[in-house]
Write a protein that binds this ligand. Structure first.
Ligand code: SF4
Length: 463
C-alpha cells in the first residue's frame, strides 16, 4: 500500500498488526533485570525525599477477586479467605509506612490510583479503613486525581458514597461486552441495566472522568453484536472509553483454557470489531486520544491532548505531571530517580520480603541518557501525537536528524500510508495514524530494533 489512507481499513490494521509494547513505560518491562533491588530502591527514595516540591504519583495494588474472569490477564489472587486479605492489608500498611519513613510526607501527591484485582473486594468498613490509612500518610495537591477501578457486579451505592467522602473523584468500570452469550463465554455476567445504574450513581455523586473498558476479540463476539454493545455504552455517555484487544494466551494463563478456541473470532473479524469501535465512537463524538483510548471533547484528557500536556504512566493517560511514582503492593511498579522498580509478583514472596527487609523490590532498570531521550520521544508520540525537534534540542541538546537518522528513514512506510507527516519542525501523527501510534513509537525503541531484540518476545499484538 503506498497511497495515503483516509479511513482505518481492515487492510491497514492487518498490515500493522504485530507483537509490540503498549509503552506504559520505556524501556519496557521485559528488558528490566534483577540487578536492581532493595538497596537501589532505598537510595532512590532518599534522593526523592530531597525533591521537596515535585509532585508524586502513587499506585496501590489490591490483587483479590472472588472468581476469575476467563479472559483475565491481570496479576490477581482468587480467594474468599478474609484472613488472607487482612494479612495482605497489614503487609501493605507496613510497606507504606516503611516507604514514608524514607521519603517523608512533604511531597505533594498529584495522583493516587487503586487497581486490582477488585479494589472494592473489602466490605465498606474494611475499605474505608484501608483507604483512610493510605490517604492519611500523604499530603495531597489541590485538584489531585484520586481514582479507583471498580467492578459493576460488586459496587454498591454506599461504597461509592464512602469513596467520594474519602476524596476519590475518578472511577473506571470493567464492562467488556453487553452481549449475554459473550458474557457467559467469559464467565462474567453483568447486564446493561446493572452497569447503567452504577454509572448513573457515580455521575450523580460527582465523580468525573468516568471510564468504561471494553474488550474486542472475545469468544462469540460478532460485528453486529459488538456494534450493539457500542451503541449501548455510548447511550450511557461515559467520559472516557478504553477498547482493548483480547490477548489469548492459554499456555501462560491456564484459566483461559475455559474459553473454547472455536468460539474466538477470526483475525479478520477481530480487525472489523476494532474498526467498528473506532468508527462508532468517533461518530458519537469521542476523540481518539491513544491507539485504544477515547474521550469526550470536554473531558480533561482530550483538552490536555489538544494543549500538548497529556502524560502517560502505568496507570494510563493522565493530565497530572508527576515524573516520579511510587507503587505499593504485590507486583506494583514505581519510577523514582530515573529508575523503574517492581515488587515481587507472588503474594508469598511479596509478604516475605516486606517481613524480612521492609521493602519488596525484586527488579527494575536504571535509565541511561539514551533511554531518557527515547523515553521522551515515545511519550510525546504516544500522548500528544507529535514530536518537536526543537524540544529535543532544548531538553537534551540533541539534534534530531543527527541522532535519529536511521529511525527517520524507517518512518517512510507510515508516511506513505498517510499515518505520519515529517515536517521541518517535527513529526505529526495523522488522525488515522492514532490507531497505529504504538507501531510508530516502536521505530524509536532501541531494545526492539537493536541487539537486545531477542529479549522482547512477550508482547501482545498491536491490534
Ligand atoms: S475482575 Fe478483573 S482482575 Fe478480577 S478476574 Fe475479572 S478481569 Fe481479572
Amino acid at each position: 500500500m503506498s497511497h495515503a489512507a483516509t479511513t482505518v481499513s481492515v487492510e491497514l490494521l492487518k498490515k500493522y498488526d504485530r507483537p509490540g509494547p503498549r509503552y506504559t513505560s520505556y524501556p519496557t518491562v521485559p528488558v528490566w533485570t534483577e540487578s536492581i533491588g532493595f538497596d537501589d530502591y532505598a537510595r532512590s527514595l532518599e534522593q526523592a525525599s530531597m525533591r521537596r516540591d515535585e509532585p508524586l504519583a502513587i499506585y496501590c495494588h489490591i490483587p483479590f477477586c472472588t472468581h476469575r474472569c476467563y479472559y483475565c490477564g491481570c496479576n490477581t489472587v482468587v480467594t474468599n479467605n478474609q484472613d488472607r486479605i487482612r494479612r495482605y492489608v497489614e503487609t501493605l500498611s507496613r510497606e507504606i509506612d516503611n516507604v514514608v519513613r524514607i521519603i517523608g510526607r512533604h511531597r505533594p501527591v498529584s495522583q493516587l490510583h487503586f487497581g486490582g484485582g477488585t479494589p472494592l473486594f473489602l466490605d465498606t468498613a474494611g475499605m474505608t479503613e484501608v483507604l483512610n490509612f493510605i490517604t492519611s500518610r500523604f499530603t495531597f495537591q489541590t485538584n489531585h486525581e484520586q481514582s479507583i477501578e471498580l467492578d459493576p457486579r460488586v459496587t454498591k451505592r454506599e461504597q461509592l458514597e464512602a469513596l467520594r467522602h474519602i476524596g476519590f473523584n475518578r472511577v473506571s468500570f470493567g464492562v467488556q461486552d453487553f452481549d449475554a452469550d459473550v458474557q457467559k463465554a467469559v464467565g462474567r455476567i453483568q447486564p446493561f441495566d446493572m452497569v447503567a445504574e452504577v454509572l448513573k450513581q457515580s455521575r450523580s455523586l460527582g465523580f468525573r472522568g468516568i471510564n468504561a473498558d471494553l474488550i474486542y476479540g472475545l469468544p462469540l463476539q460478532k460485528v453486529e453484536s459488538f456494534s450493539h454493545t457500542l451503541d449501548q455504552i455510548v447511550s450511557l455517555r461515559p467520559d472516557r472509553l478504553a477498547v482493548y484487544s483480547f490477548a489469548y494466551l492459554p499456555k501462560s494463563l491456564a484459566h483461559q483454557n475455559r474459553i473454547d478456541p472455536e468460539d474466538l473470532p477470526t483475525t479478520d473479524v477481530k480487525y472489523r470489531l476494532f474498526a467498528t469501535a473506532i468508527e462508532k465512537l468517533t461518530a458519537a463524538g469521542y476523540l481518539q486520544i491513544g491507539m485504544d483510548h477515547f474521550a469526550l471533547p470536554d473531558d480533561e484528557l482530550a483538552v490536555a491532548q489538544r494543549d500538548g500536556r497529556l502524560f502517560r504512566n502505568f496507570m494510563g493517560y493522565t493530565v497530572q505531571q508527576a515524573p516520579e511514582m511510587i507503587g505499593f503492593g504485590m507486583s506494583a511498579i514505581g519510577y523514582i530517580d530515573n529508575t523503574f522498580f517492581q515488587s515481587h509478583s507472588k503474594l508469598d514472596s511479596y509478604g516475605n520480603a516486606i517481613a524480612e527487609r521492609g521493602l519488596a523490590i525484586y527488579r527494575g532498570m536504571r535509565l541511561g541518557q539514551d533511554d531518557l531521550i527515547r523515553q521522551y520521544v515515545i511519550t510525546q508520540l504516544m500522548c500528544n501525537f507529535t514530536l518537536s525537534y526543537q524540544s529535543l534540542q532544548d531538553r537534551f541538546g540533541v539534534d534530531y536528524f543527527g541522532y535519529f537518522a536511521n529511525e527517520h528513514q524507517a518512518l517512510e512506510s507510515f508516511v506513505d500510508d498517510g499515518l505520519l507527516t515529517r515536517g521541518d519542525a517535527g513529526l505529526h501523527i495523522s488522525t488515522i495514524g492514532r490507531t497505529f501510534v504504538r507501531n510508530i513509537a516502536m521505530t524509536f525503541d532501541t531494545y526492539l530494533n537493536g541487539k537486545q531484540a531477542e529479549k522482547t518476545v512477550t508482547f501482545s499484538r498491536t491490534i
